[in-house]
Ligand binder design. Structure first.
Ligand SMILES: *Cc1c(COP(=O)(O)O)cnc(C)c1O
Length: 358
């Protein structure tokens, strides 16, 4: 059977009708990979899984929400779409707008976007404006523009984005046959944690699952407004996708945390890079730094004995799902800065054999 994207698969849970022109690049249906190394490392009779969202068409989970947002924008006949972006929203908006034949305007903080993402927005034909300001400034401007002009905002403030993104939790439950016990994920503008929690609750109401996971969100230390309890004027982290000082869905993220009995905590850039290297070198999964915040959080909680102190559920082996939000090729500079450059060797057999220890 052909797979036709998240709107086709989950339409009964989405705000679409027969009149909605579906703009899809066959996003979603991403693998839930058993993390054997991490499961063993935790050593507590836990099963860790990686939801590899980097395998979406533009390389991040943003595509799940964008297929719904752009399809609805077409249905409602808007003139153009606009977004503020730390990179992945613009890559996704530009691609889906291109497919729909819609004009797309992108506002980015100048100099703060990973190269792969910038190249995507440009080549898909968006009007890209690099602002002297940070993400929060760009989002404020985008909101002002859409308040006054027939242009649709496609940031996660657009409820259609959240609707599409909740399909990630449906897929996890369909794959495991039940909700996981814990879900770990990075938190930036906080749309995704809002979306996943909404998805789990809807699946429970529909009788597809019998319980709900604890939602465990992680911000970067230099961009942790929810953890610190106040907005951060100048957020700093090498995980550019979560470099956000005043998340749009702040309240909703706290609601997901509190209703689920979970937590929102922070990890340092060093912890993020450590997790980034483990994922690539032990699990074979290359992600961008922001995505590694989920595994950095998993390891931090493990060190604090968070999982062993939890009362055991009826499940013999509690399941933990880490959301890996974006592909490592989005930000190749970071990989090269993290690991030393390849060694230069003469092109002869003796020299090569000596280097490889034979
Ligand atoms: C957008 C993004 C995030 C943060 O998601 P929010 O919904 O803003 O919290 C994390 N990782 C990657 C790769 C992203 O693109």
């Amino acid at each position: 059977m052909h797979y036709n994207g998240v709107i086709d698969r989950y339409k009964k849970y989405l705000p679409v009708s027969d009149k909605t022109p579906v703009i899809s690049l066959k996003e979603g249906n991403t693998p839930l990979i058993p993390a054997l190394y991490l499961s063993k490392l935790l050593g507590e009779d836990l099963e860790v899984y990686l939801k590899y969202e980097g395998l979406n068409p533009t390389g991040s989970f943003k595509d799940r929400g964008m297929t719904v947002a752009i399809s609805k924008a077409c249905e409602e006949k808007v003139e153009a779409v606009i977004c503020a972006s730390t990179g992945n929203t613009s890559a996704s908006a530009a691609a889906y707008a291109a497919k729909a034949g819609l004009k797309c305007i992108v506002l980015i903080p100048r100099g703060a976007i990973a190269l792969g993402k910038l190249s995507q927005a440009l080549i898909h034909g968006a009007v890209v404006l690099a602002l002297d300001g940070n993400f929060d400034d760009a989002l404020k401007l985008a909101r002002e523009i859409t308040d006054k002009h027939p242009i649709r905002l496609v940031n996660s403030l657009n409820p259609h984005r959240i609707e599409g993104q909740k399909t990630g939790s449906f897929e996890i439950c369909d794959c495991l046959g039940e909700a996981p016990d814990f879900q770990v994920m990075p938190v930036g503008n906080a749309g995704n944690i809002t979306a996943y929690w909404k998805g789990y609750k809807e699946y429970k109401d529909a009788g597809k699952i019998s319980r709900l996971p604890k939602m465990l969100g992680f911000q970067a230390e230099g961009a942790a407004p929810i953890v610190r309890g106040h907005a951060i004027e100048k957020p700093q982290t090498l995980a550019t996708a979560i470099r956000i000082g005043n998340p749009a869905s702040w309240k909703m993220a706290e609601q997901a945390r509190d209703e689920s009995g979970g937590l929102i905590d922070m990890v340092s850039d060093d912890e993020i890079i450590e997790a980034y290297k483990i994922l690539a070198s032990k699990e074979g999964v290359f992600v961008e730094p922001a995505s590694a915040a989920s595994v950095a959080g998993l390891l931090k909680l493990h060190k604090q004995k968070y999982f062993s102190l939890k009362p055991k559920t009826q499940n013999l082996k509690p399941k933990i799902v880490c959301i890996l939000t974006g592909h490592g090729l989005k930000d190749p500079d970071r990989a090269i800065k993290t690991i030393k450059e390849p060694k230069a060797v003469k092109a002869n057999l003796k020299a090569v054999l000596k280097e490889i220890g034979y």
